[in-house]
Write a protein that binds this ligand. Structure first.
Ligand code: NAD
Ligand code: TYD
Length: 348
């Protein structure tokens, strides 16, 4: 059992679910959340647990060597769950360098901090959270397995693939104890409304168009975020050092079908009708990957994990959350969020 865990990117979408889960489930462990609070990081996501004694928040950059050195010494970190990253494909197309900085340089700086502090200890663990997008696009009925060759197609997936390779290289070269997991598309509460599902919920709410890239034929394999957080907990505590685990929901949907279902769920909860009429087909994303689909049989058989939430249930919960958290949506979309956060944080 790791005693002092550093979670990076814990104020983001998936990270906040992971932080909550580990803080609550492991009160004997100290959990330090290191997050730069970019546009995607939001301390409101963790309001309910921030008072707990085993939780610490540190605002900072994973690329800040001095800060990392101080944190590793001060908290005697023996486990890292690394989620911090720039995460949106469309942003990576307009600004690839910021993805290299955060996802590649940031990860390598963090790996160096582990190496310097752990000095060969085999009791420690660097757990790197990655994506199925590193495998590129796959034709049905094939699925991505842990041995599928990397073939990243977007600047985002290229930066994640690069960071995965560095993690493997640090194990191979310096014996750093590591695990990597590659997960499919997540959805659920607290996802920044630039990603497909929260963007559409927000737009339906405000009767704005729902932009579908191309013909909406692209396929993604969707997983409810709590199921991912549970898999991360399991892998961190029970996974085998040096292994790769694919995580996925067995839930492949064409974008257009998913958005139609989402419209019906929002209509049902809001009492509106015909939200599907808001759908607009727009210019396709450059280099848009046609299909992602995960074979999760390894984590299922070795760690006894399986998704617990169906897409219909997960979408209903997600819609309910967004509709009852309008303030959250307003803050993150208003552009005043940084100021709001600064004020919140300076009072602590
Ligand atoms: P997110 O964009 O919601 O959150 C990222 C968090 O990282 C934010 O809180 C941000 O402030 C922080 N951050 C960014 N750069 C940082 C830096 N330099 N130093 C410290 N903190 C920094 O992302 P997410 O969707 O929660 O994804 C989390 C991780 O999971 C990422 O590594 C992503 O590649 C991976 N992943 C995401 C999905 C998905 O569907 N969202 C699927 C598989 C894997
Ligand atoms: P997204 O949520 O950005 O995740 P990713 O690109 O990492 O898979 O997009 C999910 C799918 O939805 C992807 O095929 C692109 C498509 N999409 C749209 O059609 N319209 C949109 O406005 C967005 C953001 C995505």
């Amino acid at each position: 059992m790791k005693r002092s865990i550093l979670i990076t990117g814990g104020a983001g979408f998936i990270g906040s679910h992971v932080v909550r889960r580990l803080v609550v489930n492991y009160p004997q462990c100290q959990i330090t959340n290191l997050d730069l609070l970019t546009y995607a990081g939001n301390l409101e996501n963790l309001k309910d647990i921030e008072h707990l004694d085993n939780y610490y928040f540190v605002k900072g950059d994973i690329g800040d060597e001095r800060l990392l050195s101080r944190l590793f010494k001060e908290y005697d970190i023996d486990g890292v769950v690394h989620l911090a990253a720039e995460s949106h494909v469309d942003r990576s197309i307009s600004d690839p360098l910021s993805f290299i900085k955060a996802n590649v340089l940031g990860t390598v700086t963090l790996l160096n901090a582990c190496l310097n502090h752990w000095r060969g200890s085999t009791e420690s663990l660097f757990y790197h959270i990655s994506t199925d997008e590193v495998y590129g696009s796959i034709v049905a009925p094939e699925l991505f397995t842990e041995t599928t060759a990397y073939d990243p197609q977007s600047p985002y997936s290229a930066s994640k693939a690069s960071s995965d390779h560095f993690v493997r290289a640090y194990r191979n070269t310096y014996n750093l104890p590591v695990i990597i997991s590659n997960c499919s598309n997540n959805y659920g509460p607290c996802q920044f409304p630039e990603k497909l599902i929260p963007l559409c919920i927000n737009n339906i709410r405000h009767r704005k168009p729902l932009p579908i890239y191309g013909q909406g034929e692209n396929i993604r394999d969707w997983l409810y975020v709590e199921d991912h957080a549970r898999a991360i907990d399991l892998i961190f505590h029970k996974g085998k050092e040096g292994e790769i685990y694919n995580i996925g929901g067995d839930n492949q949907w064409k974008n257009i079908d998913l958005v139609r279902l989402l419209c019906d769920i929002v209509d049902n909860q809001l009492g509106t009708t015909n939200s599907q009429e808001l759908i607009e087909f727009v210019k396709d994303r450059p280099g848009h990957d046609a299909r992602y689909a995960i074979d999760a049989s390894k984590i299922k058989s070795e760690l006894d994990w399986k998704p617990s939430v169906s897409l219909e249930q997960g979408l209903a919960k997600t819609v309910e959350w967004y509709l009852s958290n309008e303030e959250w949506l307003k803050h993150v979309t208003s552009g005043q969020y940084q100021e709001y956060y600064q004020e919140l944080y300076s009072k602590r």
